[in-house]
Design a protein around this ligand. Structure first.
Ligand code: CAA
Length: 386
């Protein structure tokens, strides 16, 4: 049975910060962000936009009423959870009015979580071919004002409908994973922002890729030349490029082809920033919607990396007619976001919700987006769907 991605959607908050402005405010050469990190903008979320609203918005954009009846599992991958107990998937289930007889869960392993969700969804469909699984990757990447990671922040959500006989990508059975107990990037419960050993994290990303790729080749017999393109976890775009260079260095023809496709695969990541567990799938969406060279049947290699660390290499091939299931004007829409000054970004992105002694939110801003956090009452988050 063929199982894979039937639909894919994306949502980002409506505010954007230009990294040239950030560089100027922090007294940094703008080329460090533009050329050193290969990033140009970041998406900025207000307090009324969180992993639930962004996830619901991304899913609403792709789901039909029939899909909502057929979905019997919702998996949210995230590392910016809004509750230590209740899964964001349960809020999203309610907001989207999904079939009540569904399983709704949240998965965490840094930026790898949604890939684990995708693989779990595939296993579920193999047992229940008539059902559909909604996999959502939703995150807000926040490192703090003037931190080393500040220019790599971002916010957004990817939603994917996983089914039998999918319309976009058929997943292969060739996954190879690796787990390493390391402290490259982590967020203890008492901390607002992640702790990062930046250089170590970049080395681990690449070393996990090269060693897992060696094992992948050994187990599957596949070569890099078999793939039309590669989509990687993109904490910032330069990191992904270095990943490709690390495994393709001995095959210049393949390296050139994969590098060309990679430029198409980072069109959105460059202007959205890191969305943690969704960034590999945002890169896939960017590739699909910005490449004129891809065709049905092309094999795509994926490298998912979550600090801590767990990584996975897996692949799939494009389905005939996949182009009809995309949104070609997405770049235009992203370019319509409201630009922020650095001062406005600092105020908006780092605002914290105040809750009084009764558990009531105080002065929560009004948000006119389709899905928004509109209140906190008795410590319970209240969402509104327009
Ligand atoms: N013009 C052009 N390039 C310049 C430049 C200039 N004026 N100034 C610096 N650069 C280049 C540097 O040479 C460097 O490029 P290379 O690595 O190719 O040499 C690049 O810009 C970055 O410079 P630094 O290494 O000096 O930057 P930094 O130390 O201030 O910060 C970072 C880099 C550590 C990655 C930081 O952004 C960070 O902490 N990010 C968060 C952690 C992260 O993203 N890790 C990635 C792997 S872990 C992961 O993938 C999980 C996840 O999502 C977080």
């Amino acid at each position: 049975m063929n199982i894979g991605i039937d639909k894919i959607g994306f949502a980002a908050p409506n505010y954007v910060l230009d990294l040239a402005d950030l560089a100027q405010a922090r007294n940094i050469d703008p080329n460090k962000f533009k050329l050193g990190l290969l990033q140009s903008q970041m998406a900025v979320a207000p307090v009324t936009q969180d992993i639930v609203t962004l996830g619901a918005q991304a899913a609403q954009a792709i789901l039909s009423e029939k899909d909502k009846e057929q979905i019997d599992m919702i998996i949210v991958g995230t590392e910016s959870s809004i509750d230590q107990s209740k899964a964001a998937a349960v809020f999203i289930h309610g907001l989207l009015d999904i079939n009540p007889f569904a399983r709704s869960i949240e998965i965490k392993e840094a930026c790898y979580g949604a890939t684990a969700g995708l693989i779990l969804a595939k296993t579920h469909i193999a047992q229940h071919p008539n059902s559909k699984v909604l996999v959502i990757a939703s995150d807000i990447a926040k490192y703090g004002i003037a931190s080393a990671g500040e220019a790599t922040q971002g916010a957004g959500a990817i939603a994917m409908l996983i089914s039998a006989d999918p319309s976009i990508l058929i997943l292969h059975n060739d996954s190879v994973c690796q787990t390493r107990d390391i402290m490259d990037f982590w967020r203890p419960n008492e901390d607002k922002y992640p702790r990062v050993n930046g250089k170590f994290s970049t080395e681990q990303y690449t070393d996990c890729l090269t060693t897992t790729f060696a094992e992948y080749q050994k187990r599957t017999g596949k070569k890099l030349a078999d793939f039309a393109a590669m989509c990687l976890h993109i904490p910032f775009s330069k990191q992904g490029l270095k990943g490709i260079q690390a495994i393709a260095q001995e095959d210049s023809k393949t390296l050139n082809r994969l590098t060309e496709r990679f430029q198409e695969a980072i069109v959105y990541n460059k202007i959205v920033g890191n969305i943690y567990t969704g960034s590999i799938f945002l890169s896939f969406l960017s590739l699909l919607e910005n490449s004129q060279s891809l065709k049905a049947g092309d094999n795509i290699l994926f490298y998912s990396y979550g600090s801590g660390a767990v990584c996975e290499l897996f692949s799939g091939h494009l389905v005939s007619g996949y182009q009809q299931h995309l949104q070609p004007d997405r770049l235009h829409t992203l370019n319509q976001r409201t630009p922020l000054t650095v001062e406005a970004y600092e105020a908006l992105f780092f605002e914290e919700i105040q809750v009084d002694e009764t558990g009531q939110a105080v002065d929560l801003p009004v948000d006119e987006t389709d899905f928004a956090l509109v209140d906190i009452q008795d410590h319970k988050r209240v969402y509104r769907k327009k």
